[in-house]
Write a protein that binds this ligand. Structure first.
Ligand code: PMP
Length: 405
């Protein structure tokens, strides 16, 4: 594995200062920074072969189309899907979930049917299902969590019934860091022939994802959270599901034959890719996946585990700091609160020290409701962070405390 200085040198933004202080970037859960290779790849598309994909007969369009389809193949192999037809490019996790919620709802949902989610979900894995339930007269059922921030599996098993049509849960909580027992969740749903969608927005960047081994029916994630460009995401679906679902958007490229009387649709995966896709971002995502593979996904996971453990012991040793989410299974995300100090004040003061954290509900209001709090301060770490940066955060927290003492 490259050493940490080499890794950090790959990310130009990490060299910059904020308010004259070295940047400490602990908001990786919101978006990750980009290595030079990703920036260069996207630049190269625009500089040397930009042409709309799948449409032209000309050289540039051919080149772009080829790179776009190679990117699809890269994603397929990265998550170990069976076929390229099962990989749909979207605008991001939100786009993927909205698409499936719409299509699945149109095809399979009747009044009284149930969709199971967990209390750990990001709003992106709540609201699209809620909108679908309102349209179709279906009902959301929610797996509760305990005070460690873990879902209560026994309660999940009780929720599964002949009314359940789909289970949609996150791989890891963006608000607390908890990793969910997705294999158990999927196995129990499959036992009664119910498909499962896994929201991988906080999973794919932290370790190896193998959709075949996991046996999920759908898996979604965002390029920008795995060191790739913004505006691109993935919807993986088993062919048996995708082939039976209607498109969620109509337009160019997703069609076979169009007349005013009737339109027939393109084959998979193009049936779900209407209009001009963000091909420069898809090509950039492939470059990000190459970068992650070069660093090594086991290496990333073990480095992040070490950072999480160091950060947890550093922060929990500070008097007045309460950490929310104490599962043994966590990604490198720590949510905390300093006694008697509002999270926005903490976040704003840390910012002036060059430390970027996120404050608030983290688009996961039901998690905050469980604890009866308004929000937390969240430090989401990744492999390019260092123990020295964690020390800087710990010193920053002490300073915040002293300012409010
Ligand atoms: N799900 C989870 C668990 C997330 O953390 C996020 C982003 N914070 C999303 C969904 C939505 O991702 P995006 O905004 O990239 O669509």
């Amino acid at each position: 594995m490259k050493d940490i200085a080499e890794i950090r040198a790959d990310f130009p933004i990490l060299k910059r200062k904020v308010y004259g202080k070295p940047l400490v970037y602990f908001d990786n859960g919101a978006t990750t920074q980009k290595p030079q290779c990703v920036i260069d790849t996207v630049d190269e598309v625009y500089e040397s072969y930009n042409g709309n994909i799948h449409r032209g007969v000309h050289f540039l369009s051919d080149m772009s189309s080829e790179a776009y389809e190679k990117a699809r193949e890269k994603v397929r192999s990265f998550i170990n899907a069976d076929k390229r037809e099962e990989i749909v490019f979207t605008s991001g996790t939100t786009g993927s979930i909205n698409g499936i919620a719409f299509s699945f709802g149109e095809q399979y949902i009747k009044p009284g049917d149930e969709i199971i989610l967990s209390q750990l979900e990001h709003h992106a894995n709540i609201v699209p299902w809620q909108m679908m339930c309102e349209r179709k007269g279906a009902v959301l059922r929610v797996i509760p969590i305990n005070d460690n921030g873990e879902i209560i599996l026994e309660e999940y098993y009780k929720l599964l019934s002949s009314k359940t049509r789909l289970v949609s849960v996150t791989q890891a909580s963006n608000a607390l860091g908890t990793i969910l027992p997705v294999k158990e969740i999927i196995a129990a749903a499959h036992h009664i022939n119910v498909p499962v969608l896994i929201d991988g927005a906080q999973g794919v960047q932290h370790g190896i994802v193998d959709v075949k081994a996991m046996d999920c029916d759908f898996y979604v994630f965002s390029g920008h959270k795995i060191y790739g460009p913004n505006g691109i995401g993935i919807l993986y679906g088993k062919e048996k599901w995708l082939s039976g679902l209607p498109p969620f958007q109509g337009g160019g490229d997703m069609v076979d034959k169009v007349t005013f009387e009737k339109t027939t649709y393109n084959e998979l995966p193009f049936k779900f890719e209407a209009g001009t896709m963000n091909y420069p971002a898809a090509i950039g995502l492939a470059s990000a996946l190459d970068y992650v593979s070069d660093i090594g996904r086991e290496n990333i996971a073990s480095r992040e585990k070490e950072l999480l453990s160091y950060a947890t012991s550093r922060l929990s040793a500070i008097e007045g700091v309460k950490i929310y989410g104490s599962s043994d299974m966590k990604i490198s995300t720590i949510s905390f609160h300093i006694k008697d100090i509002h999270q926005y004040d903490t976040g704003m003061i840390l910012d002036k020290m060059g430390i970027a954290v996120r404050t608030g509900t983290h688009c996961a209001q039901p998690v905050m409701d469980h604890y009866g709090i308004e929000g937390t301060v969240r430090a989401s770490l990744c492999f390019y962070n260092t123990k020295e940066e964690i020390d800087t955060l710990a010193e920053g927290i002490e300073k915040v405390k002293s300012m409010f003492a």
